[in-house]
Design a protein around this ligand. Structure first.
Ligand code: IVH
Length: 669
């Protein structure tokens, strides 16, 4: 095939494929089988590979994603993305109707739509081609997630018909039930945490860094709002019908209503009918149809006055509470879980429900044998929201909460500010030990994929590992005698443990499993404090300076490093060769302070404490939080702690001020 032939075939293939996309996704009337469809895409891919200059941004091959690691760029919305006011009753709707009538008079039309439960997105089209897809973000600015959005098969990369030169169309990205169940069962098999609901799964998927992964997750979309200076019609409903003709997925379940009564009928109908839809909806959105009247009604700071959301009530069922189990998480948190007589709720059989904590049980006065009201909220397991006390037998007893860990028998603790009880035996309680190691090896942490939960249990059972640092002392010869571990898998385990030594520091920090330090928090911490030494020596005030770190997280970090056992584990991980500083941030100036450790205390004239710590590291020195005999200097500013000064005197650690420090790095001391 020469270039001209390839060009013609490419253009034809693209047209044919997009037509099939429309038949499949927009008209729900596929004309060819999936296999035939895949063959067409494959053919296009082959040609584009041979003639890369024929690749275009709107080619259907772009939907398979790419392996480029997207760091999302923030984009300012041309029109802010507002949210909607919520209503829960007919009365609220009546008030809304009255407010509208005051401004728009009696002559207006409502449009009722389903409220899809997903993530809102704003798509920009220029000359019929998808240019940009941006998340809601804070309403003013959002993330550019175009590469990920391109992989959603019913979002047209190119539209057909007579459309405005430039416009935005907004809608909801969601995960249908079938994709959600498939994804969660894959995650369960891979030992990864499951998503609590399709909405969370959608949010997680849209923010994935690799669009090939997004393409595999089976996201879907409905568009419900068009914006621009030259829209085809003067009302919302006709604009959406027009968008459908151009190739956009627009829901069929949109209705125009002339009266509030008709709106309420629509709500009542969908309150039941939604249970049969293959995706989640959480309400109905009611909008004024005329764009002129929309403008007249205007917007408040957060939401338009021309639209409102009516939220469906969560589905409930009543069943018997058989018993209560207590689960111990990797951080030692105790969660009471109810075992229920199986009952049907929102299309699934419910056997277990969350009870949250002791206070919740007390407030609701839940007792074994009670008929309890279960509700499906946003969480993976339903929750108990009440008790039908009229059905309670006279011999029922008040529920006694446990006082000791069900796993290791240690007395439970509960901090004043915390709702949950904790087992403090973090390094000796089975589910905590296993949970911590499991978290450590997980994909987003150290990604030690040669190991799985069963192997971890096996190694623990045989006394080979008790904490994450033990992983790095494992030898092939210790693994071979174990059941189910053959030569090849033993080699894989050792190899993947070895490879984890290259994992970057921010992931090592996340892997340590400090309570409340998730992936993003770890990243933020490392951006500011680029080594484990600086984090360990940081004061609460310093931690609080970091974006998104509040008191709860700061205290948790301090508490973690105050524990000698945790410090020992960190030291062993460091000795094993794990990355304990962010390489890219440490720009070395000299080795003048090599082998010297510093405690920085107080306030200084020319630098902040943080800057001084950076300078120490740039000259090869180390920052530590507490003075010991091996500390080289106490760098003391104004209001330096008296205890630190006393300890420095006692241990004969040199105390220097800012000027002496400057001389030191200039090599004059
Ligand atoms: S209209 C200015 N229509 O609900 C009004 N929103 O709670 C723009 N949503 O942020 C929104 N289905 O993410 C509209 N049919 C629908 C919707 C819908 C779901 C979401 C959307 C919005 C949120 C407001």
């Amino acid at each position: 095939m020469n270039f001209t032939e390839a060009k013609i075939r490419c253009e034809n293939l693209r047209k044919i494929i997009e037509q099939h996309n429309r038949s499949y996704y927009v008209d729900a009337n596929p004309a060819i089988s999936d296999f035939e469809y895949d063959l067409l895409v494959k053919e296009l891919e082959v040609i584009e590979k041979e003639f890369p200059e024929l690749q275009t941004a709107d080619s259907p091959t772009q939907r398979i994603g790419n392996d480029v690691n997207n760091e999302f760029v923030q984009v300012r919305h041309k029109y802010p993305m507002l949210s909607l006011g919520n209503t829960y009753s007919e009365n609220d709707l009546n008030d809304f109707d009255q407010r509208v009538k005051k401004i728009a008079g009696n002559n207006f039309e409502y449009v009722c739509e389903l409220k899809f439960d997903g993530i809102s997105i704003s798509l920009t089209y220029k000359n019929g081609i998808l240019q940009q897809a941006v998340t809601r973000g804070d309403g003013e600015k959002g993330d550019d997630v175009t590469a990920n959005i391109r992989t959603i098969r019913n979002i047209p990369l190119k539209i057909y018909g007579s459309y405005p030169e430039e416009f935005e169309i907004r809608g909801e990205i969601f995960m249908p039930h079938s994709s959600f169940e498939r994804l969660n069962s894959e995650r369960l098999k891979a030992g990864e945490p499951q998503f609590a609901n399709p909405r969370n799964a959608t949010a997680g998927t849209i923010k994935l860094q690799n669009s090939t992964q997004v393409a595999k997750r089976g996201l879907d979309c409905f568009l419900y709002y068009m914006l621009g200076s030259s829209l085809p019609h003067a009302n919302h409903y006709d604009n959406l019908q027009e968008a459908k003709k151009w190739g956009f997925p627009v829901s069929q379940n949109i209705r125009k209503c002339e009266t509030l009564r008709q709106v309420i009928e629509y709500i009542n109908y969908w309150n039941e009918a939604r249970k049969k839809l293959p995706y989640d909806t959480d309400g109905v959105v009611i909008k004024i149809n005329s764009l002129e009247q929309q403008e007249e009604l205007g917007v408040t700071a957060k939401s338009p006055r021309w639209a409102i959301a009516y939220k469906f009530k969560a589905e409930q069922a009543v069943t018997e509470l058989l018993s209560v189990d207590f689960q111990v998480g990797r951080t030692g948190a105790i969660t009471p879980v109810a075992n229920l007589k199986p009952v049907q709720l929102a299309g699934t059989t419910v056997k277990r429900a969350s009870l949250h904590n002791q206070e919740q049980i007390n407030i609701l006065d839940i007792r074994i044998g009670d008929m309890v009201i279960v509700e499906k909220g946003g969480e993976i397991i339903p929750k108990i929201v009440g008790v039908d006390k009229s059905q309670r037998t006279c011999n029922s007893k008040k529920f006694e909460y446990i006082t000791h860990c069900p796993e290791c028998g240690t007395k439970l603790e509960r901090e004043e500010s915390e709702a949950k009880h904790f087992c403090p035996n973090e390094n000796g309680c089975h589910p905590q030990i296993i949970g911590k190691i499991e978290h450590f090896i997980s994909r987003k942490a150290m990604a030690i994929d040669g190991l799985g939960i069963e192997t971890i249990e096996l190694l623990y059972k045989h006394g080979l590992i008790n904490n994450v640092a033990d992983l790095y002392s494992l030898k092939k010869s210790q693994l071979l005698p174990l059941e189910r571990i053959a030569e090849k898998s033993a080699e894989n385990i050792i190899k993947s443990i070895e490879e984890s030594k290259n994992v970057e520091f921010k992931r090592v920090l996340f892997a340590t499993g400090i309570r409340f330090v998730g992936e993003t928090t770890a990243k933020k911490i490392v951006e500011k404090l680029n080594s484990i030494d600086r984090i360990m020596s940081a004061s609460q005030d310093e931690l609080l300076q970091i974006d998104e770190i509040g008191e709860r997280i700061a205290q948790s970090i301090i508490k973690y490093f105050a524990n000698a056992k945790n410090r020992e584990i960190i030291q062993r991980l460091r000795d094993a060769g794990l990355q304990m500083e962010a390489k890219e941030n440490v720009e070395k100036i000299s080795d003048r302070l090599k082998g010297m450790s510093f405690v920085v205390s107080g306030t200084f004239n020319s630098y902040s404490r943080d800057e001084l710590k950076q300078i120490i590291e740039k000259h090869g020195g180390k920052n530590v939080s507490a003075i010991s005999a091996s500390t080289a200097y106490l760098l003391a500013g104004e209001k330096s702690g008296q205890m630190k000064t006393d300890k420095a005197h006692m241990l004969k650690v040199k105390i220097i001020d800012e000027n002496q420090f400057n001389e030191l790095i200039n090599n004059e001391l």
